[in-house]
Design a protein around this ligand. Structure first.
Ligand code: HEC
Length: 100
Protein backbone atom coordinates (compact mmCIF):
# COMPACT_ATOMS: atom_id res chain seq x y z
CA UNK A 1 0.00 0.00 0.00
CA UNK A 2 2.71 2.40 1.05
CA UNK A 3 4.82 1.65 -2.03
CA UNK A 4 1.96 2.18 -4.41
CA UNK A 5 1.11 5.49 -2.79
CA UNK A 6 4.71 6.62 -3.14
CA UNK A 7 4.74 5.49 -6.76
CA UNK A 8 1.53 7.40 -7.35
CA UNK A 9 2.95 10.61 -5.89
CA UNK A 10 6.13 10.23 -7.91
CA UNK A 11 4.12 9.74 -11.08
CA UNK A 12 2.14 12.91 -10.32
CA UNK A 13 5.35 14.85 -9.84
CA UNK A 14 6.84 13.46 -13.03
CA UNK A 15 3.72 14.01 -15.10
CA UNK A 16 4.02 17.70 -16.05
CA UNK A 17 7.62 17.30 -17.17
CA UNK A 18 6.94 14.32 -19.37
CA UNK A 19 3.78 15.68 -20.94
CA UNK A 20 4.83 19.24 -21.72
CA UNK A 21 8.46 18.96 -22.71
CA UNK A 22 9.03 18.03 -26.32
CA UNK A 23 11.88 15.70 -27.06
CA UNK A 24 12.77 16.76 -30.58
CA UNK A 25 15.69 14.34 -30.72
CA UNK A 26 13.48 11.39 -29.94
CA UNK A 27 11.04 12.72 -32.54
CA UNK A 28 13.79 12.77 -35.14
CA UNK A 29 14.89 9.24 -34.27
CA UNK A 30 11.36 7.89 -34.45
CA UNK A 31 10.76 9.73 -37.68
CA UNK A 32 13.98 8.64 -39.38
CA UNK A 33 13.65 5.01 -38.46
CA UNK A 34 9.93 4.63 -39.24
CA UNK A 35 8.67 7.32 -41.55
CA UNK A 36 11.41 8.17 -44.03
CA UNK A 37 11.50 4.90 -46.01
CA UNK A 38 8.01 5.17 -47.31
CA UNK A 39 8.33 8.85 -48.28
CA UNK A 40 11.67 8.15 -49.96
CA UNK A 41 10.13 5.26 -51.91
CA UNK A 42 7.50 7.63 -53.26
CA UNK A 43 9.38 10.91 -53.56
CA UNK A 44 12.97 9.78 -53.89
CA UNK A 45 16.11 11.05 -52.28
CA UNK A 46 16.12 11.18 -48.48
CA UNK A 47 12.37 11.37 -48.15
CA UNK A 48 12.44 14.67 -46.29
CA UNK A 49 11.83 16.53 -49.51
CA UNK A 50 8.18 15.68 -49.14
CA UNK A 51 8.04 18.36 -46.44
CA UNK A 52 9.62 21.08 -48.53
CA UNK A 53 8.24 20.21 -51.99
CA UNK A 54 6.63 23.08 -53.84
CA UNK A 55 3.06 21.78 -53.73
CA UNK A 56 3.20 20.41 -50.20
CA UNK A 57 -0.16 19.67 -48.67
CA UNK A 58 0.22 20.94 -45.15
CA UNK A 59 -0.76 24.55 -44.45
CA UNK A 60 -1.33 24.60 -40.70
CA UNK A 61 -0.53 22.85 -37.46
CA UNK A 62 -3.97 21.22 -37.49
CA UNK A 63 -3.37 19.82 -40.95
CA UNK A 64 0.02 18.58 -39.86
CA UNK A 65 -1.56 16.76 -36.93
CA UNK A 66 -4.20 15.21 -39.19
CA UNK A 67 -1.59 14.03 -41.72
CA UNK A 68 0.55 12.57 -38.94
CA UNK A 69 -2.43 10.53 -37.79
CA UNK A 70 -3.09 9.26 -41.32
CA UNK A 71 0.56 8.36 -41.84
CA UNK A 72 0.79 6.76 -38.41
CA UNK A 73 -2.18 4.59 -39.32
CA UNK A 74 -0.69 3.52 -42.63
CA UNK A 75 2.49 2.69 -40.78
CA UNK A 76 0.41 0.57 -38.41
CA UNK A 77 2.10 1.80 -35.25
CA UNK A 78 0.42 2.50 -32.01
CA UNK A 79 2.64 5.31 -30.77
CA UNK A 80 1.37 7.05 -27.65
CA UNK A 81 0.44 10.71 -27.81
CA UNK A 82 3.76 11.97 -26.40
CA UNK A 83 5.76 10.23 -29.13
CA UNK A 84 3.48 11.66 -31.79
CA UNK A 85 3.98 15.12 -30.29
CA UNK A 86 7.75 14.66 -30.40
CA UNK A 87 7.60 13.73 -34.09
CA UNK A 88 5.22 16.61 -34.77
CA UNK A 89 7.52 19.02 -32.99
CA UNK A 90 10.54 17.71 -34.85
CA UNK A 91 8.81 18.22 -38.22
CA UNK A 92 7.45 21.61 -37.26
CA UNK A 93 10.71 23.02 -35.96
CA UNK A 94 12.71 21.71 -38.92
CA UNK A 95 10.37 22.08 -41.89
CA UNK A 96 7.01 23.73 -41.31
CA UNK A 97 7.58 26.43 -38.68
CA UNK A 98 3.94 26.90 -37.71
CA UNK A 99 3.25 28.85 -34.55
CA UNK A 100 2.67 26.42 -31.64
C1 HEC B 1 2.96 3.75 -46.14
C2 HEC B 1 3.71 4.92 -46.56
C3 HEC B 1 3.91 6.05 -45.58
C4 HEC B 1 4.41 5.98 -44.31
C5 HEC B 1 4.89 4.75 -43.55
C6 HEC B 1 4.43 7.33 -43.80
N1 HEC B 1 3.96 8.21 -44.74
FE1 HEC B 1 3.79 10.22 -44.54
N2 HEC B 1 3.06 10.35 -46.41
C7 HEC B 1 2.83 9.28 -47.26
C8 HEC B 1 2.24 9.77 -48.50
C9 HEC B 1 1.82 8.92 -49.70
C10 HEC B 1 2.13 11.18 -48.37
C11 HEC B 1 1.59 12.17 -49.38
C12 HEC B 1 0.12 12.32 -49.16
C13 HEC B 1 -0.47 13.30 -50.14
O1 HEC B 1 0.26 13.86 -50.98
O2 HEC B 1 -1.67 13.49 -50.03
C14 HEC B 1 2.66 11.50 -47.04
C15 HEC B 1 2.72 12.79 -46.55
C16 HEC B 1 3.17 13.13 -45.31
C17 HEC B 1 3.21 14.47 -44.78
C18 HEC B 1 2.77 15.74 -45.52
C19 HEC B 1 3.83 16.26 -46.47
C20 HEC B 1 3.43 17.57 -47.08
O3 HEC B 1 2.88 17.58 -48.18
O4 HEC B 1 3.68 18.64 -46.44
C21 HEC B 1 3.68 14.39 -43.53
C22 HEC B 1 3.91 15.53 -42.55
C23 HEC B 1 3.95 12.99 -43.25
N3 HEC B 1 3.64 12.26 -44.35
C24 HEC B 1 4.44 12.50 -42.06
C25 HEC B 1 4.68 11.15 -41.81
C26 HEC B 1 5.17 10.64 -40.54
C27 HEC B 1 5.50 11.47 -39.33
C28 HEC B 1 5.28 9.29 -40.68
C29 HEC B 1 5.74 8.29 -39.62
C30 HEC B 1 4.87 8.19 -38.48
C31 HEC B 1 4.87 8.95 -42.02
N4 HEC B 1 4.52 10.10 -42.67
C32 HEC B 1 4.85 7.66 -42.53
C33 HEC B 1 3.12 7.97 -47.02
C34 HEC B 1 3.63 7.45 -45.83
Amino acid sequence: MKTSLTAFIISLLAWPASSFAFDTERGEELHDSHCTNCHAAIYGNKGNEIYTRENRKIGSLTELQAQLKRCKNSLGTNWPEDQMLDVQHYLNSNFYHFKE
